[in-house]
Design a protein around this ligand. Structure first.
Ligand code: HEM
Ligand code: HEM
Length: 125
């Protein structure tokens, strides 16, 4: 398996473990107000990363470009910044990190759309 796909598959469950751990803490402590931080760590980190991994496994040509690395790294940075950023925004201690994380996440998704659009290769069986 190519490096990009493998890095996505390996990191996705790590995000899920942190996100689920945070979910258990939210339940146990009754701090449900942080649900958007939990939701987005799981959805950007685990779900999106796993889907990128699936795509780059099925379409290895798309994984070989520098742009694919930039795309995946942007989503890592977005997910990692959005988690504390959303917590800070909910606590009213600033929304700069959340904004930066959101911007990186959307740039990553735009790049992914572009990569998927320009790669005209039949998927591996
Ligand atoms: C150990 C596993 C998990 C625990 C203990 C947990 C716990 C929670 C809790 C306590 C909430 C807040 C519920 C509320 O107040 O309405 C929540 C919301 C949410 N969780 Fe989890 N969660 C877990 C795993 C996951 C996973 C794996 C995902 C996604 C792949 C996920 C996605 C979400 C989403 C999207 C919300 C927001 C739902 C809404 O606003 O209606 N969770 N979770
Ligand atoms: C640039 C990236 C994103 C931004 C800035 C963003 C922003 C937001 C905001 C502001 C909310 C409302 C939170 C609230 O008022 O409680 C929300 C909720 C939600 N978003 Fe996102 N989102 C992003 C990406 C995504 C993605 C990629 C997914 C799914 C794959 C997703 C799924 C959800 C879900 C399920 C909720 C409801 C969760 C809750 O209420 O706790 N979001 N999002």
């Amino acid at each position: 398996m190519n490096f990009i796909a493998r890095s996505c598959w390996v990191s996705a469950p790590l995000y899920a473990l942190v996100g689920m751990g945070f979910g258990i803490w939210m339940s146990a402590s009754g701090q449900h107000q942080f649900s958007p931080a939990h939701a987005h760590l799981n959805l950007l980190g685990f779900v999106s990363m796993a889907l990128f991994g699936a795509y780059y496994t099925l379409v290895p040509t798309a994984a070989s470009s520098l742009l694919a690395r930039v795309q995946v790294i942007s989503m890592h940075a977005g997910a990692v910044l959005m988690f504390p950023g959303v917590i800070m925004a909910i606590n009213g201690t600033g929304d700069g990190l959340a904004k930066a994380g959101s911007l990186l996440a959307i740039i990553s998704m735009l790049l992914f759309a572009f990569i998927a659009f320009r790669t005209n290769e039949p998927a591996r069986a």
